[in-house]
Design a protein around this ligand. Structure first.
Ligand code: ADP
Length: 473
């Protein structure tokens, strides 16, 4: 496969290319064209020109456009799933769920396009009429990660098109082919030339150009907190709006009185989602002492039969990590935990022993709260269990982080749930539930997990500017 840039409705090949690998085999699946600085500038100009007409299209027109894109992606659902597994590695079952999740955002924002209401504000003097309206913010830079190559992109493009904005998109260099396919679905649906542009290459250099451009009014980014901070600082020079969906360190708090089957099944589901490589993945598993042993046994019994390997194989539950660097990082997290006295309770074997990217599930009993698996975002199938005595201790461990994206509580006590929810410093809380992300609801974090919300009625507002009008008549 040869990947192409997409600028002003044209697919462009460049001589300079970079390889895209299959995370499981580590073989190249294709070569992708490497954008020059001129390509990025040209993409910005195309988006600026296209904005002049796209911003004035009728909401109903944009709604129909999104519905058409939805139909095309639905038609090609299996092709997308296969492509996601090929370049991202996740199990084909997870890839299919990702496509369905992405589809749900196209459907949702096709409706929200028609529901952008302004506000009529009471007058303060005779003959005065005060009101505010929403206008598209303009050209937006979109930078997306590799863990959900389709969904993270669609979660931004759907509200962007609904709002009447144009974009320059930079997907992850690990997974650009899925983004390219989606761009072509948008073209097929009738998205006009220049409205969406795609560039890939030197992430840092592209980021510099996008963040310093006066033509770009907003950056929406999903990725690590480290890169989010760099981009936010770069955007300061032009006072861009930033919407940042950054890292997490989700506490998963299991109280003695919970439905233990539900808690264990939910934990396994959370860790299987993109192989634990998701920002809302359960990270530090706090288990109350009264059920610790039972929880541990049940968890191990559920993990033992799961198969780890090539995500393209229908019988596989857990695919490889994204690349060798990720595997080395997880190996070092594991070593750090074991050196710190943690006990390895379960070592999920893999049938592929020599792979540089495959890692089976590892369940740890943590002895030392300063170890990295408790304090860093794991992004993989390591499951550190941390025993606790009471609610106060659990909440203190849960909040002891700079992250604040998602937290989970498993309990049947309303009083406990209410109290814990009030004290948890997180943007999203799942109570007896880990499937917390859907297009109806606001997704986003507090603290260093980000700014802004995606999804829900809030998601489209990120792409709109409020304009206040005072009319004396
Ligand atoms: P992850 O750990 O999920 O790969 P990153 O934050 O490293 O998260 O990457 C998310 C996205 O940010 C990717 O598209 C990547 O290419 C891009 N990126 C990484 N570094 C920079 C940078 N300095 N400037 C702009 N984009 C960057």
């Amino acid at each position: 496969m040869i990947g192409k840039l997409y600028i002003n409705g044209q697919s462009i090949t460049r001589d300079k290319k970079f390889p895209v690998k299959n995370p499981f085999t580590q073989n190249d699946i294709g070569q992708y064209s490497f954008a020059t600085a001129e390509d990025v500038e040209s993409a910005i100009n195309s988006a600026s020109v296209a904005l002049e007409s796209f911003k004035s299209t009728l909401p109903l027109e944009r709604s129909k456009l999104l519905t058409k894109i939805y139909e095309i992606v639905l038609r090609d659902r299996e092709e997308y799933a296969q492509l996601i597994t090929l370049e991202q590695g996740k199990s084909i079952h997870e890839a299919r769920s990702e496509v369905d999740y992405a589809l749900s955002f196209l459907q949702w924002f096709a409706e929200e396009a028609k529901r952008v209401y302004g506000e009529v504000i009471p007058s303060t003097k005779p003959n005065q009429h005060q009101y505010s309206i929403y206008k598209p913010i303009g050209v937006v830079a979109i930078i997306t990660p590799w863990n959900f190559p389709l969904a993270m992109l669609v979660r931004k493009v759907a509200p962007l098109l609904a709002a009447g904005c144009c974009a320059v998109i930079k997907p992850s260099e690990e997974t650009p082919f899925t983004a390219e396919k989606f761009i072509h679905a948008c073209k097929e649906a009738g998205v006009k030339d220049g409205v969406l542009n795609l560039v890939v290459g030197d992430a840092n250099a592209i980021g510099d150009i996008l963040c310093s451009s006066k033509s770009i009014k907003m950056l929406t980014f999903t990725g690590s907190t480290r890169v989010g901070k760099i981009l936010m600082a770069k955007c300061a020079s032009t006072v861009k709006r930033v919407c940042l969906e950054l890292g997490g360190n989700a506490p998963f708090i299991v109280f003695d009185d919970c439905d233990i089957n539900l808690a264990v099944n939910s934990l396994v589901a959370s860790k299987l989602r993109s192989g634990g490589q998701s920002c809302i993945c359960a990270n530090k598993i706090l288990v109350q002492n009264g059920i610790f042993e039972e929880f541990k046994e049940l968890l191990i019994s559920k993990l033992a039969p799961l198969r780890v390997g090539n995500g393209a194989d229908e019988s596989i539950h857990l695919g490889p990590l994204i690349n060798r660097a990720a595997k080395r990082r997880l190996d070092s997290l594991l070593k750090d935990a074991l050196d710190g006295g943690s006990e390895l309770l379960f070592d999920g074997t893999t049938e592929i022993t020599d792979s540089e990217t495959v890692l089976g599930f590892k369940v740890l009993k943590v002895k030392n709260l300063s170890c990295k698996v408790v304090n860093e975002e794991i992004f993989g199938p390591i499951i550190p269990l941390v025993p606790f005595n009471d609610e106060k201790e659990a909440l203190s461990i849960a909040n002891n982080t700079d992250y604040g994206l998602a937290a989970y509580i498993f309990s049947n006590s309303l009083q406990l749930i209410n109290h814990a929810t009030k004290h948890l410093e997180y943007g999203m809380i799942g109570i007896n539930d880990v499937a917390i992300s859907n297009p109806f609801t606001p997704f986003g974090g507090v603290k260093e997990s980000g700014l802004g919300r995606e999804g829900g009625r809030h998601g489209i507002l990120e792409f709109l500017e409020e304009q206040f009008i005072s009319l004396n008549y």
